[in-house]
Write a protein that binds this ligand. Sequence first.
Ligand SMILES: *Cc1c(COP(=O)(O)O)cnc(C)c1O
Length: 608
Amino acid sequence: MKLKVCGMKYQDNIEQVAAIQPDYLGFIFYEKTPRHFNTKIPKLSSDIKKTGVFVNEDLNKVIQKINEFDLQAVQLHGEEAPFYCNMLRTTTLLKKPVEVIKVFSVMDGFNFKILDEYEAVCDYYLFDTKGKLPGGNGYTFDWSLLNDYPSTKLFFLSGGIGIDEVEDIRKFKESDASKYCYALDVNSKFELEPGLKNIGVLREFINKLSNNKKMQEYNVDERGYYGNFGGAFIPEMLYPNVEELRQNYLKIMGDPDFKKEFDQLLKDYVGRPSPLYFAKRLSENYNTKIYLKREDLNHTGAHKINNTIGQILMAKRLGKNRIIAETGAGQHGVATATVCALMGLECIVYMGEIDIARQAPNVARMKMLGAKVIPALSGSRTLKDATNEAIRDWINNPVNTHYIIGSAIGPHPYPDMVTRFQSVISEEIKWQLKEQEGRENPDYVAACIGGGSNAAGTYYHFLHEENVKIIAVEAAGLGVDSGESAATSVLGKEGIIHGCKTLLMQTDDGQITEPYSISAGLDYPGVGPMHAHLSKTGRAEFMSITDSDAMEAGLELSKLEGIIPAIETSHALAIFKHKTFKQEDIVVMSLSGRGDKDLQNYIDYFKI
Ligand SMILES: *Cc1c(COP(=O)(O)O)cnc(C)c1O
């Protein structure tokens, strides 16, 4: 079935929706709607039919608009008579012929007899809902009425179609009534506000419709699993908290007010969209085309803020006024303290005593932002001990507290929730690449993996695109066989960490092995369950990069492009030394963070 997206209004948004390649884009020239179109249409691919929507408009004016905007179709929403439709098909005043789509509103029933006189004078029918609700928005009519459809003319199905209707549409597709259904027409259910479409949800709708089986292959299932990995392995005392989140997170994320607030903060506070930068000198050096997705330019210097913004809004919707988090290197702690200051919420960050000593500047930042940093004094006094403390706190404060996890890990629904908040990265890459290269899919997407959140966001909208290859980069530390490493996909075995089943570095009797990497953000003994699945199924190619290769790659980017990357990111950048790409390949790499925080490390390493 074809797709028409109707009610387009804003230039940028039109370009973004066009990048998804719908078959029709609708512009409403009726003045009494908030979606009234009154600007210019940007240049669109010739595969997309520009459709003007009119309601009982003067025929001359319709003709004038068709010529002015080079419309390929008109959709007539009023009581336009058959002769009116016929005029549009036969007039010599049009520069080019147009398709005529006549709309009929269906309520509880429909008298198909009305169609008779239109059979010869229009190209398609469109069946829309007649308002039980004012304006007819958001309400689907009973599609089984179309079982009695007497015509063979193809029609558009419209009225209240949204992401929640995917199941119904699939059933409808199998019914007789769909035999002559030519296209789906969507509008208000994909909006952030009238005329402004939510690209992420549109994409998800299209993916779900076209390719549901494959979609489920790499996305989380209802039980919270990616293949064999994931789930929620939590103490019973935590069950109510996690269950509350599980039952609500998709509903809240799907709420237009939530999306609006999230998108607004990403834009005005974080500084999104982050640029997709063609790295010319780096590309020349490796004889391929390298694009860097500049998450380093976000407020607080990395991708982590995308997730903490999402989760703080989630916490507010759930009525929580106290935020806890754990942090190793302090980056997630800073991102959490930042959004708590932004929202005026109490913030407690657990951090291993050793890490507090090692990461003094980040501890100072958190304190300046108003957070309370509590040292974890047990065990090795590092990240996993801080995690234990955070979980203990959550058990003791189940009602008013939200636990912000900083990567695509933890019990379901955390990995999926974090991935969805980070998926804005690949959402932007798609339209940015389309703008710059004329195609939205690169040949490769690549990212470094600690727990896997920047990678999950970078891959998300490409997971089901078979011609996009995925590269995941882990920290090999001093070498995979050295005993000082964090290359989980190579060294890990199935186990349970932070509430989920995933790949995990462990001894034969199941004790978690202390990982090592020069990069604090990759120094983690597990990996998110999505990545464990991508590794086991072979969907992603996993590479391990040593400390020294990463440091050299970080220095190289600084010299070649004037960008000092975080050492985590430097690991991803080092793949070009180890893998040869074709000259015409497009490789999009997540530049997950900036190197300011790592300056001392670079100084010590290179004796600068
Ligand atoms: C935290 C961090 C990472 C690793 O975390 P993921 O969840 O795997 O993305 C990577 N890069 C930077 C700059 C970080 O701060």
